[in-house]
Each structure stands twice: as C-alpha cells, then as structure tokens.
Design a protein around this ligand. Structure first.
Ligand SMILES: Cc1cc2nc3c(=O)[nH]c(=O)nc-3n(C[C@H](O)[C@H](O)[C@H](O)COP(=O)(O)O)c2cc1C
Length: 404
C-alpha cells in the first residue's frame, strides 16, 4: 500500500449492523492503521464500547464532554489527527443531522470540525433508505464532498429484503485504502492481463497451467488504488473482480488477444502478467472425445496468437510495456532475451515453480536499459506496489506531461 496517511476516525452509529464494524476495526488494526472509534449513545445499545476499546486499543469516545486528557477538546483536536473520517454504519438519523449541521453529540460535533476526506456507509431498512428524505440528505452530503458507499441489496436484519445492507467489512476496508492511497497513477490508463488461459480439446477438456491470477489481480487493485483507470483482462480464476476496475473475463488465448487488441492502443501502460498458453489443439471436437482406444497418440498443437508481440509492434513511444517471465532455469538470461525479442520496456522474472498459486513471490525486475533489481520474497500485494513504483518513474520520463 502507498498511503497518504493511516489515521482513521471511525464514527459508529445506532444501526443493527454495528457488529460487522468490529471486524472492520480488526482488519484495519491488522494492517497497521490507527483507529479512533467514536460512538453515538444509541450505537452502544448494539455493541458495547468495551469491544471497540479492546479491538482498537484506544479509549472509545461517546460524550462531547469527555476528554482523554485535560488540555484536549476532543471534537476539535481529533479532526486535526485524522486522515479520513469514516461513518459506518451511518443511520438515517445521523445522516439527517449531518446535513443540517446539528452538533448534539461527539460524532456530529467532530464531523463539523473535520475538514479532510470522509466516507459515509449508510445501512438501514430498505424503506428508510429509499425514502426521499434520506435520498435527498445523501445527495446533499455528496455535494459537500462526502464519499458515499452504496449499501448492498439482499436480506435485511429487520426481516425484509431490499437495498440497505451494510457492505462486507472487506469492501469498506478496500474503499478506505482506496481513498487514502497516493494518486501517482492519476490520469494513466493501465491494462493488466491475469490468470491462465484454457485451450479446449473438446467441451470439457483443456490444456492450461496452474496460474491463480493473484499477481495480476494485485497489480490491477494497486494501480486502481493509486488513481489509474484500470482494465483487467482475466482468464479463468477464483478471484473476485477488483473494485474500481473494468474486468473482462475470457477463457482462451484467442479471446484474450481479441480483447487486448481492442483497447491496447489507448493505454499508457500494459502489464502482461497472464500465463497465456503458447499452444492450442489444432482441432476442436464439438462433442466429448470418447475413450474408444487405450492410447490417444495424436493431439496436434498450433501456436496461439502472441499478444505481447502484437501489442509491442504497434506501440507508441509514450506507451510502456511490462512482461512477466516464469522460467525454470537461466531465469535472468531467458527473461532478458524475451524482453528484447518482444520489444518490452521492463520484465519481471521469476522461477515458474515459485510463482504459481502462492500468495508470495520473489522476483527480479529488469529494465530495457539493463538496470536490474533483485527483490526479496514478499506478499504479491506488496510486490504489486514495488512493480508499480519501478515503472511509474520510467513512465514519467517518457510522458512527463501525463503525470499529475
Ligand atoms: C433494533 C433496531 C435496529 C435499528 N437499525 C437501524 C439501522 O440499521 N439503520 C438506521 O438508520 N436506524 C436503525 N435503527 C434506528 C436508530 O437506532 C435510531 O434512529 C437512533 O435514534 C439512531 O441514533 P444515532 O444516529 O444517534 O446512532 C434501529 C433501531 C432499532 C431499535
């Protein structure tokens, strides 16, 4: 993560979904955020302040006239120590108060005194949420510059169905990270390919590889957090679509080629992390191949389209192309040869056995200039940021005017 700050003030108001916020606090603490919880009186009827005190490792503030030390006026001091104010769940009542500037508790006082970014996560019964009063209040808060997360749809705690459910703690966490991330990729269009491809012999059998897609998805997520407009073209994986990215799902190398070629010319950065099959069966049997013989000796294979080569051939000089090389031996030499042959600007090399399926990876980043960086083993999420750090410096050199 590349963050502008990590100090969160978390306003918790009196809705049934308060219990889910315990998990959000746990997630934030696990990832080294500092969390100051501020509860409304009614929120304490759902979960005790003690739970949040233990999870956040800080005193919870509730009453406007409470102080953690005599020299502090908490509702004024805390905003000065806050990088983002998050209100989750936000009740219809508190939302209405925020619109009108009613400052009758610690949280609403603090909201008025806070000048930085804020994220509102409304959660309530469907009728309360869709009521024109609530809808108008949310629009007003958006005009004030508040970021608002849409509630989920589905079964609600009150026994009804509809829109109003608090999003999963992981989604709120991701939204907070997104808002707090540095925006050094703002204005950049980034295309990422990820996952394996499947080359079918018949409707149920295919040739593929064990790529999980984790590396490409981590890069797409990190680039999007950092302000890029991200397009992710993915082969079959078990991963959820990263938020704030346009994800296009494909199966075969030919489909991936087609989707990439549609948009590659408009991209500033192209990161080819997919493990695309080099060969596919020459003929496809539209119905299942029967096991009529004891051995099947002849499956003729043909080359699949070379995506990175095709993109590189039409490359504009301000475009930046990054490839991946998963090799079993002579890792650096083979990676450099591949980079040169395919006219890439940078290549990320690793040993094939190390790269697949795992949550961590150890890579070598090689630039066309020969500049080489050996990175230690680290989580793919951290590696994604390292790769982006490395390439944004070069991208700035080739198209400085685009970088904000
Ligand atoms: C069991 C129960 C569940 C409630 N859940 C919600 C809710 O999810 N969202 C909401 O806006 N209000 C909900 N309310 C109503 C609020 O608790 C009420 O409006 C309260 O005054 C909110 O105060 P606060 O905004 O100061 O926290 C619920 C009330 C009860 C009794």
């Amino acid at each position: 993560m590349r963050l502008k700050g990590n100090r969160i003030t978390l306003g918790v108001t009196g809705g049934i979904s308060v219990y889910k916020i315990c998990e959000l606090v746990r997630l934030l603490k696990k990832n080294n955020f500092s969390v100051q919880v501020v509860m409304t009186q009614d929120a304490t009827k759902f979960v005790t302040p003690e739970t949040f005190r233990v999870l956040s490792q800080r005193e919870v503030l509730i009453d406007t006239f409470e102080y953690t030390s005599p020299e502090r006026v908490e509702h004024v001091t805390i905003p000065q120590e806050t990088d983002i104010l998050v209100i989750a769940p936000a009740t219809a009542n508190t939302i209405a108060k925020m619109v009108h500037g009613i400052a009758d508790n610690m949280l609403t006082c603090l909201w008025l005194a806070h000048k930085g970014p804020s994220l509102l996560v409304p959660a309530m019964n469907h009728n309360m949420f869709t009521h024109p009063a609530t809808q108008r209040n949310i629009s007003v808060l958006k005009e004030f510059g508040v970021h608002v997360m849409e509630p989920d749809e589905g079964a609600l705690a009150c026994g009804t169905e509809g829109k109003g459910r608090l999003p999963a703690p992981e989604s709120i966490y991701e939204e907070i990270v997104h808002l707090l991330s540095t925006k050094d990729f703002k204005g950049k269009k980034v295309l990422v390919t990820a996952g394996p491809t499947r080359e079918h012999l018949d409707p149920i059998r295919f040739i593929s590889n064990p790529s999980s897609g984790k590396m490409g998805y981590a890069i797409a997520k990190a680039a999007s957090r950092r302000g890029a407009q991200v397009f992710l073209i993915s082969g079959p994986t078990n991963l959820p679509d990263p938020p704030h990215t346009k994800t296009i799902h494909v199966t075969s190398a030919a489909e991936m080629y087609e989707e990439v070629m549609k948009i590659a010319k408009d991209m500033d950065v192209f990161i080819m992390s997919a493990a695309v099959a080099d060969y596919r069966p020459k003929t496809y049997q539209p119905s299942k191949i029967k096991k009529e013989t004891t051995t099947l000796t002849h499956i003729e294979l043909e080359r699949t389209p070379d995506i990175i080569h095709s993109v590189a051939q039409k490359k504009r000089k301000e475009q930046f192309i990054v490839g991946f090389a998963a090799e079993t031996d002579n890792v650096v030499k083979n990676a450099v040869d591949k980079m040169k042959k395919k006219n890439m600007d940078m290549i990320v090399a690793n040993t094939a056995t190390q790269a697949f399926q795992k949550d961590t990876n150890q890579v070598i980043i090689i630039h066309r200039s020969g500049e080489t960086r050996y990175l230690p083993e680290m989580p793919k999420e951290d590696l994604a940021d390292e790769i982006l750090d490395e390439l944004i410096q070069k991208v700035r050199q080739i198209s400085p005017s685009h970088t904000s």
